[in-house]
Design a protein around this ligand. Structure first.
Ligand code: TYD
Length: 232
């Protein structure tokens, strides 16, 4: 297990992250899952990276426009970390502490994969940066939506329409393939946290698998506060 849980209070909510390559369908699945959880009365916070808090959103533009690209992956990793630190302290930690379920579109695995593996950074540097950034806030569960990059990129292009590919989307198929392998390696190394989900099917099929995995994990835990009880 990476990171330390020492800054995490004993009675908490549930922190769930979604990861995967371009066009894996994370945002669709997060929206659908949030609706189902809310219908069951849970307090649900949906957020994303890079961004999710005003400070992090300010950094998002610098990263996705490619403005930081000329300065190299180390610079980008530190900027992603700066955005994440703000997001953790302003949004994720308070939500988890009050007992909410937090659904986050990308988190530290994206930095490990995009900057660490395909940016070829020293793993010790990436780990040290991660530890200070998350300061004990480690996902309870990470769903890795796995899709062949060729299919994922085709979906991303269809979604984008006439828009321009962002800094990371425009990279070569070989790089996206390495990222897919890096995600699968993380899942293998951390089977207690990570579940790999085949995301090549229709959204409804993927949703069935996501829902089953999340509900099973929630049921295995102590009873969660519902929105009604959390607000009293
Ligand atoms: P975004 O438009 O949010 O799209 P999506 O998550 O649907 O792909 O783009 C975020 C991009 O930033 C994405 O290409 C992955 C990249 N990224 C990193 O390289 N490192 C990180 O730590 C994070 C959070 C994202």
């Amino acid at each position: 297990m990476h990171g330390t849980l020492s800054n995490r209070p004993a009675a908490t909510g549930f922190f769930l992250t979604f990861e995967g390559g371009e066009g894996a369908g994370k945002s669709t699945q997060i929206t659908r899952l949030a609706d189902k959880l809310r219908a069951r009365g849970h307090d649900v916070v949906v957020t994303r990276e890079p961004g999710g808090s005003p400070g992090a959103e300010a950094v998002r533009h610098v990263l996705l426009s490619g403005a930081a690209e000329p300065f190299g992956p180390k610079m980008e990793a530190i900027l992603f970390a700066a955005a994440r630190s703000d997001h953790v302290e302003q949004v994720i930690r308070p939500a988890v502490e009050r007992g909410a379920i937090v659904l986050c579109d990308r988190f530290f695995d994206s930095t490990r994969v995009y900057q660490g593996v395909t940016g070829e950074l020293d793993p010790a540097f990436v780990q040290a940066l991660e530890d200070v950034t998350v300061n004990g806030i480690v996902p309870d569960m990470t769903l890795i939506l796995d899709v062949d990059p060729q299919l994922g990129l085709a979906r991303a292009v269809a979604r984008r329409g006439q828009g321009v590919a962002d800094r990371f989307e425009k990279e070569t198929l070989a790089i996206h393939q390495r990222r897919r392998e890096a995600y699968l390696a993380i899942a293998e190394a951390e089977p207690d946290r990570c579940i790999v989900i085949d995301a090549s099917g229709e959204p409804e099929e993927v949703e069935t698998v996501v829902t089953a995995a999340v509900f099973a994990a929630l049921e295995a835990r102590a009873p969660m506060p519902t929105a009604a009880s959390a607000n009293v």
